[in-house]
Design a protein around this ligand. Structure first.
Ligand SMILES: [Zn+2]
Ligand SMILES: [Zn+2]
Length: 404
């Protein structure tokens, strides 16, 4: 089982692909890219490549009052402070008309356009911090937004599997002084081969917890991830430190968010990375989460976000079968058979739009929103074709980048 998962082509991308794209990525993230933005060339590249035809849909995760002092309590690349989020919203509000996902969906379906370009703002994972920090800010500014919730966690006190994995690995490496070899040995005891991490994903040793978290999440089904988490939690006695992991919303909060006119939509039942799961599990995740939300909210749930933006030729048809009309990814690839179920989003966090001095940069924000960095660097490396279920679902050539 484990060996089969690790031999799938997606797993191999962990080891390969560090050549030209790595060089390009480093260049893009250098000062040269900043100069590109300041000169206005970035926007030009975005529009030249047809980016103007796509609506702007942004994705965020945890919203916090202030950044934690340590990387041991939450995944840094998922955080944004309320103040930085407000900077992003202010920048967007001057240039775009905010629309709800329903309005955006109608526009995409009918081909209608507005005089001003539109933008939609979304928040993934259904964290309680959305309610505490983002929700009041969005209401005050009159910005419609959507929150993609993980229905199986709401009101349970249970934490996200990816947060538990990250916290366990952070504790192992940063608090308990474990070496990569120690952790590889712990995985080996479970019959799991430690995935190799490409150099561009690991620039310094402190980045190991996040790099390994991603590598494991990208290759293993959720049941295997849970075995790893439980092994580390019991070996390192982490019950208390898990309390620091971000909490999920309660159903009362979800009802209040929905009642205030925000969109509450599905992000699966357990946040399993769907491309690592069998078709039956994929269907359960997408069908049951929709059913639960519709029962609780008394409304039709039309929108879905793929966990980690991961989709393939098994997951997209499953999302269609479950009755969703619009689904959101995190890259520029589209399924030409289901374009409305592969709507690109740009995920941003605290550092996405900072200049070299750590200050918010309108020019870099413009490049991010116009997907300039993704277009230059080649963006997503995923093939979006399933190798699971014995390879029965092979790519049919229908996945394409929406822009040259
Ligand atoms: Zn998510
Ligand atoms: Zn992609």
């Amino acid at each position: 089982m484990v060996r089969r998962q690790l031999s799938n082509p997606r797993a191999r991308t962990l080891i390969e692909g560090a050549g030209e794209k790595k060089m390009l990525r480093q260049w893009v993230k250098s000062g040269a890219a900043h100069a590109l933005c300041w000169s206005g060339t970035g926007k030009w590249i975005g529009s030249l490549a047809g980016r103007r035809d796509l609506p702007v849909v942004l994705g965020y995760h945890n919203v916090v009052e202030r950044l934690p002092d340590t990387a041991r309590t939450s995944i840094p690349a998922m955080l944004i402070t309320r103040a930085m989020l407000e900077r992003h919203l202010d920048w967007l509000g001057k240039r775009y008309q905010f629309v709800s996902l329903d309005e955006l969906g109608d526009m995409l379906q009918t081909g209608a356009s507005r005089t001003k370009p539109v933008a939609a703002v979304t928040f993934d994972d259904g964290y309680r911090d959305f309610y505490d920090y983002a929700f009041p800010l969005l209401r005050r500014k009159g910005v419609p937004a959507a929150v993609f919730v993980v229905t199986g966690l709401i009101g349970t006190g249970r934490k996200q599997v990816h947060d538990r994995l990250y916290l366990a690995l952070a504790a192992a490496f940063l608090s308990h002084g474990r070496s990569p070899r120690d952790v590889a040995r712990a995985l080996g005891r479970l019959g799991i081969q430690a995935p190799e991490i490409p150099p561009h994903r690991l620039k310094h040793a402190a980045g190991m917890p996040f790099a390994l978290t991603r590598a494991l999440l990208e290759t293993l089904p959720q049941a295997e991830i849970l075995r790893v988490v439980e092994e580390l939690e019991s070996e390192l006695d982490l019950e208390q430190s898990m309390e620091a992991a971000p909490e999920a919303l309660t159903w009362e909060m979800v009802a209040e968010i929905h009642g205030a006119g925000m969109t509450v939509a599905s992000h699966t039942r357990t946040h399993a990375f769907l491309t690592n799961e069998k078709r039956q599990r994929v269907l359960e995740e997408v069908v049951e989460s929709r059913r639960e939300l519709e029962k609780r909210l008394g409304t039709t749930v039309k929108h879905f976000a793929y966990p980690d933006g991961r989709f393939d030729d098994v997951t997209v048809p499953a999302v269609a079968e479950a009755g969703y009309r619009f689904a959101y990814t995190t890259c520029l690839h589209r399924d030409l058979s289901h374009p409305l179920l592969t709507i690109p989003r740009k995920v941003l966090w605290q550092n996405s739009c900072l200049d070299a001095n750590g200050r918010f940069s309108p020019a870099i924000m413009s490049c991010q929103v116009n997907r300039t960095f993704d277009l230059i660097a080649g963006g997503c490396e995923t093939r979006h074709s399933s190798a699971l279920d014995g390879g029965a679902h092979t790519a049919k050539g229908s996945f394409q980048v929406t822009v040259p």
